[in-house]
Design a protein around this ligand. Sequence first.
Ligand code: FES
Length: 600
Amino acid sequence: MAVDDADDGFHEVIALDDLRAEGRTLTAIDGTPIAVFHHEDEVRAVNNRCPHMGFPLTEGSVEEGVLTCHWHHARFELSCGDTFDPWADDVDTYPVEVRDGTVYVAPEPRRSEPPAAHWRTRLDDGLEQNLRLVLAKSAVGLLDNGVDSTEVVGRGVRFGVRNRADGWSSGLTILVALANRLPDLDDDDRKRALYQGLTEVAGDCAGEPPKFDQEAFDATGTSFDRLLSWFRENVEVRDADGAERVLRTAVAAGYGPEELTELLVTAATDHRYLDTGHAFDFVNKATEALDLVGWDDDERTADVLASLVRGLATAERAEESSSWRQPIDLAAMCDERFDRLDAMVADGEGETWTEPADFTERLLADDPETVFDALEEAIRAGASVEDLASAVSFAAVTRVARFATSNEFADWNTVHHTFTFANAVERAAERTDATALYRGVVDAAVNVYLDRFLNTPPAPTPTGDPDADPETALEELRLAFEQQGQVEQAASAVADFLAADGDPERLKAALGNALLVEDTNFHTFQAYEAACRQADRRDDNAERRTCLVAAARYMAAHYPTRRSREQTFSIAARLLRGERVDGADGGTAADGASVAETDG
Ligand code: FES
């Protein structure tokens, strides 16, 4: 133990002769565990906690100026603490003086970077090198040090769109979806959400070539209609480079969220249901990312939106698939209605549409003409894209809530794709009233029709027990996620909770926690976000229940998982709380086990 007798910040630690004989010693100064080494006639002091996972560095090896931790063999340049292994982080070093044969150490680290700055750097390192533990530590470290989650999301988005030639990815979609739901989550789950999203972004970019930009045209003053036409033509012929130049020109010309969204969603609906809805969903998520971080930076806006172009240009078009052509030519039915879309919209101008009581059932009909007629009548009666997308979203989430578990497991994704696509169309309609977007509504409705056999027989739709105990229902929901195949148990737990006047906010938080402790896949993240969004938008209790039952059923079908990501997160959180994670017992301040961590 160091003697606290210094006025200049240095503390007496050990006689130099003793240190020379022993090679190393461990001390604690002001609660900081410090390993002091005598090596090659020099005295060096470093934090005793390995910045990787906290193993005591006094138990490491020192050779030729390199300190090696014995747990995962991270190596540190002993004099400055810099690591040879970026996954481990640099270790703090401390000033040392030898006075009259006695070693003194000052506990202020030589490198005293503010914690938030440190974790920003480590976040970038974790993204660049796809380091899961570093990303977990960064998410915890940044939020614990008061950094706004929007900044963290923004760094992830900027990295993701710059470092993947193929552009916007599922990882970026997950990051933005989780960012949208942060208000539902408790403090620890917000950290988990950022960690999970950032991990997905880093994984998507790992080993991928970076994105190289196409420039905006030098020409100025090109009309929006001309830019829109050029953009559609380039996407039509699958010329991603040409489309990117047009898109960047539109950004440079100062067009805002409404026009830029119109540009993208029009091209995204020129063909049917691109890439089973993912292309449109990515468009929506990219614009939501800009809603979060701001549309005010033209360079960032252009980079984010340009990341969508390759996906739009290369997407599979549903009219090329047999299910849209046989036994009924649904693509041709769409074209026939689209030919009179302008006339339908003109008829509805000035009208206020009220959703008929049987509208959902008509959208769920077994006959496509019934579905097309319901939509056309609604448009002619003044229904907006947002009105219809909301109605179709509810029909689609009903398909998920009624999905029969006797189907092939993969078909969960079929109903899921329809739902998240419809939800994305509705979200996009909040940003633009482009007539072209009605085509997205029709695409979603056609898929609701195509998914009809996946509700045969329909799964039971629990209404819940009003006498249930909400706490018991939440516990039953948690238990349903602990065993495979507890789909109906999860549905019943949600219904009971809501019927017993449980707070929907608590239910969303509980679902969010379940989502974030599992090795959740892309679709399940999407399902949770879309269902919670739809639940938030509905005043009707039965509709809200359907949305949350759908989320719980989908999640229960996919859980439990190995939870390896949660293990990493737990390690990071414990390390930053100063807890020991190496499994050794009896940690003390001096061995580095129970001292609050300020380093990597
Ligand atoms: S290398 Fe030191 S704890 Fe992992």
